[in-house]
Design a protein around this ligand. Structure first.
Ligand code: MIC
Ligand code: SF4
Length: 647
C-alpha cells in the first residue's frame, strides 16, 4: 500500500462507499465538539432527533464564544448547554476553561481518531495526527446520534517542510506563506498533509497553528503525522497512553506536492481584509497601529504568549496602542501565571482577557473607527472585529509584540536579538472546569431561556416555483457577510427569527425586508460562496426568510453542506457569463424541479426574457432526497416516522 496518512485514517473510519476521489463516503466519527455559538442549535437538533445518549466515543460541549453577558441571552444559552450535556452524556467545558480547539488539543485529542466539530477550525486537532473536520451543527448532531458523516473524498496535498525557521519567524508565517501561494480557495476539496525534515522542529501547538489556518485555505482538513514530538506533548498532558505512532506509507501517492523551505521564510502578515492578502512585513509602507490583540485558537498557546511577554519585558506598550491578551485555555493561563508571565504582561500594559474567543469574533474589544488592529488570529474579514471600517492585519505573536512596542507595523527582526526565553515549564493540568457526563441523564431537566426558540423547519420542495433575485453578491462572500458575528448579533444565535433581521447586514441592510416582500427568493453569488465559518445559521436564517436557491460560480464546502441540510438548493452556473445578466428583482421560474434535479442539470426560465439559465448541482442521491424533503431534519424524521415540529 502507498497510502497517505489521511487516507489511512479515512479508511479505518469508512462505513459507506469506497475511497475514490470525488465520491461521497460515510465516515464513522469517534469524537465531536461543539461551541456555544453553534452548540445551542446543534443540541436543539439533537433533541429533535429523539436520542437518549450520544453514541460517540467522546463528545464535548465548550463555552468559549458568547462569553460577554450583556443581557440574559448568553448566560441562558450556557445553562441550556450545561443541562443538555448532562442529559445526553456529553462532557461540558465550562465558560472560562478556554477555546474549544486549544482545550481539545490539550485534553481530548487522540492521534488516528476522527473529530467532527461545529466550528470551522476543528482541523486544529490535525496538529496531533487526528482528522478534524468542521461541519454545521446538524451534521454534528447526527454524528452524536451515531450516524455517519458524509463527505466527498478529498484530494491529498503534501506539503513538504524542509530547513529550519530563523529567529523571529514562526509557525504562523508557514501557514501565511501557504495562504500567499494558494489563496483562500486553494485548499477546497483537499486534505493538506505535512511531512518532511522540517516537522521535527515544530511543537504540537505550533503544528496546531498551521492546521488551524488550513480552514482559511478552504481545506477539508490538515494533518501532521503522530511522532515523538506528539508523544512528548501527550506525556506532558498526562495522556501518554493516548499516543500511537502514525505516518504515511513509504512512497505514498499524493495528488500534489508543495515544498516550503523554512529557512527562507520571513515575518509575514495578511493585510485587510482577507487571510490570503499576504506580504512580507518589511515590504509594507509604515502603518500606524491602534490595537494589538494576542490570543485565539490560532496563537493562544503558552509559547505564543510568553514570547510576547519576553519581547515586551521592561517596556510599556506604545501610548497609541491598546494591547489585549487572551490565553487560549485555562491551562495556558495557569501555566503562565505560575511562571510570572501574566504579571510581566500586566506590567507591560497588557489588558488581560478571559480564556475565550473574545475579540476574534467581535465579542468585545472592537477597535476605534477607521483604526488598524494587529491580531494573532486567523480571520480579518471586513467588520468581523466589530468595527466596520477598521483594518485588521494578521501576524504571528512576535510581530504583534513588535507592533505593540513601536505603535506601527514592524518586522520583529528590527527589534534586534531574539529574546532569551527561560526553559519551558510543563503545563498545569487541572480538569476541574470540565464536567464529566452523568452516568444516566434521563431524568435531567434541560433548562431553556426565553431567547431559545424552536429550530424552524423548511417546507418540502415544491415541484414548481417562481423566485426573485434577492441579491447579486461577488466572489469569496464569507459567512460573516451572511450572518455577522459581534457582541450584538451573536446572542441571537438561538433565535433564528430575531437573527434573520441581520442577514447580509454588512453588505445590504435592506435584504431581510426585501426577502419578506418578495416571498420565495434566490441569491446570486460568485466564486467560493460561504467561505469562513461553519455556522449553519448562514443557511438557516436565509431559509427562514424564504431563500430557496443559491446560484453561484462555486461554493465553500461547509456552507454548501449546510444549504443542503436546510433544503436550500445550491446550484452552480454552467455558463458563468450568465452571472452578469442577473439583477436584483428579476423573476425566475423553476419548473419540474424533481425531474430536473434527477438529471443533474436545471434550466431556469427568466420571466419576460428569452433564453434559459443553465445550472448544475453535483449533489449525491442522498443529498437530493434531503433537498426534496426540505432539509435533513424533515428527511430524518420522515424516515423514522416522527413528524412533529422540532422542539
Ligand atoms: C469563527 O471563527 O468564525 C467562528 C465563530 O468560530 C465560527 C463558528 C460560529 O460562527 O459560531 C467558525 O469558525 O465556524
Ligand atoms: Fe473562536 Fe476565533 Fe477560533 Fe473561531 S477563529 S473558534 S471565534 S478563536
Amino acid at each position: 500500500m502507498h497510502d497517505s496518512l489521511a487516507y489511512k485514517i479515512l479508511k479505518e473510519h469508512l462505513v459507506e462507499g469506497s475511497l475514490r476521489k470525488g465520491a461521497e463516503v460515510g465516515l464513522r466519527i469517534d469524537q465531536t465538539l461543539t461551541q456555544d455559538a453553534t452548540g445551542t442549535m446543534a443540541y436543539l437538533q439533537l433533541e429533535a432527533l429523539g436520542i437518549n445518549r450520544v453514541q460517540t466515543e467522546l463528545s464535548v460541549s465548550y463555552v468559549d464564544h458568547n462569553t460577554l453577558q450583556g443581557g440574559f441571552e448568553n448566560a441562558d444559552d450556557h445553562r441550556y448547554l450545561q443541562t443538555a450535556a448532562a442529559r445526553f452524556g456529553i462532557w461540558f467545558s465550562r465558560p472560562g476553561n478556554g477555546i474549544c480547539h486549544q482545550v481539545h488539543l490539550e485534553r481530548f485529542g487522540i492521534p488516528g481518531k476522527t473529530l467532527l466539530g461545529s466550528d470551522s477550525h476543528t482541523p486544529t486537532a490535525g496538529g496531533l495526527g487526528m482528522i478534524g473536520i468542521g461541519a454545521g451543527g446538524l451534521d454534528v448532531a447526527v454524528a452524536m446520534a451515531g450516524g455517519p458523516f458524509y463527505l466527498v473524498v478529498p484530494e491529498v496535498l503534501k506539503v513538504n517542510l524542509v530547513g529550519q525557521l530563523r529567529p523571529w519567524v514562526g509557525a504562523k508565517d508557514i501557514i501565511l506563506e501557504l495562504l500567499r501561494r494558494l489563496s483562500v480557495k486553494g485548499g477546497v476539496g483537499k486534505i493538506i498533509e505535512y511531512s518532511g525534515p522540517g516537522l521535527e522542529g515544530l511543537t504540537v501547538p505550533e503544528r496546531a497553528t498551521i492546521t488551524n489556518m488550513g480552514a482559511e485555505l478552504g481545506a477539508t482538513s490538515s494533518l501532521f503525522p503522530s511522532d515523538t514530538v506528539t508523544r512528548l506533548f501527550l506525556e506532558e498532558q498526562g495522556r501518554g497512553n493516548d499516543w500511537r505512532p502514525l505516518e504515511a506509507d513509504p512512497g505514498a501517492v499524493y495528488d500534489g506536492e508543495i515544498t516550503i523551505d523554512l529557512a527562507r521564510l520571513e515575518p509575514l502578515t495578511a493585510e485587510p481584509h482577507s487571510p490570503d492578502a499576504v506580504r512580507p512585513i518589511h515590504e509594507i509602507e509604515p502603518v500606524k497601529v491602534d490595537q494589538v490583540a494576542v490570543g485565539s485558537c490560532t496563537n493562544g498557546s503558552y509559547h505564543d504568549l510568553r514570547l510576547v511577554a519576553a519581547v515586551l519585558k521592561g517596556h510599556v506598550v506604545h501610548p497609541g496602542v491598546s494591547l489585549v491578551v487572551s490565553p487560549g485555555s485555562r491551562q495556558v493561563f495557569m501555566t503562565l501565571t505560575g511562571e510570572g508571565v501574566i504579571e510581566e504582561l500586566i506590567r507591560s500594559g497588557a489588558r488581560i482577557l478571559e480564556s475565550a474567543c473574545g475579540p476574534c469574533i467581535g465579542m468585545g474589544q472592537a477597535p476605534p473607527s477607521g483604526s488598524v488592529s494587529v491580531r494573532t488570529f486567523n480571520r480579518n474579514f471586513p467588520g468581523r472585529s466589530g468595527t466596520p471600517d477598521a483594518g485588521v492585519y494578521l501576524t504571528g505573536p512576535a510581530a504583534a509584540a513588535a507592533a505593540a512596542l513601536r505603535g506601527e507595523l514592524t518586522d520583529p527582526r528590527d527589534l534586534g536579538d531574539y529574546p532569551a526565553l527561560p526553559e519551558a515549564r510543563p503545563p498545569v493540568v487541572d480538569d476541574r472546569m470540565i464536567i464529566p457526563p452523568a452516568e444516566n441523564g434521563r431524568d435531567i431537566k434541560i433548562l431553556r431561556g426565553p431567547n431559545i426558540r424552536p429550530v424552524p423547519l423548511n417546507e418540502p420542495l415544491p415541484e414548481k416555483t417562481a423566485v426573485r433575485v434577492l441579491l447579486v453578491a461577488g466572489d469569496n462572500i464569507t459567512t460573516d457577510h451572511i450572518v455577522p458575528g459581534g457582541a450584538r448579533v451573536l446572542p441571537l444565535r438561538s433565535n433564528i427569527e430575531a437573527l434573520s433581521e441581520y442577514v447580509f447586514a454588512p453588505l445590504d441592510p435592506g435584504f431581510p425586508a426585501r426577502a419578506r416582500q418578495y416571498g420565495r427568493g434566490l441569491i446570486v453569488a460568485g466564486e467560493n460562496y460561504g467561505q469562513g465559518s461553519s455556522r449553519e445559521h448562514a443557511a438557516l436564517a436565509p431559509m427562514a426568510l424564504g431563500v430557496k436557491v443559491v446560484l453561484a460560480k462555486s461554493f465553500a464546502r461547509i456552507h454548501h453542506a449546510n444549504l443542503v441540510n436546510f433544503g436550500i438548493i445550491p446550484l452552480v452556473f454552467c455558463n458563468p457569463v450568465d452571472y452578469e445578466n442577473l439583477s436584483v428583482g428579476d423573476e425566475l421560474l423553476l419548473d419540474k424541479i424533481y425531474k430536473q434535479l434527477e438529471s443533474g442539470r436545471i434550466s431556469i426560465e427568466r420571466a419576460g426574457k428569452s433564453g434559459f439559465i443553465e445550472a448544475e448541482h453535483g449533489l449525491s442521491s442522498r443529498q437530493l432526497k434531503i433537498i426534496k424533503a426540505g432539509g435533513l431534519l424533515n428527511y430524518t424524521r420522515s424516515k423514522s416516522g416522527k413528524n412533529n415540529q422540532a422542539k
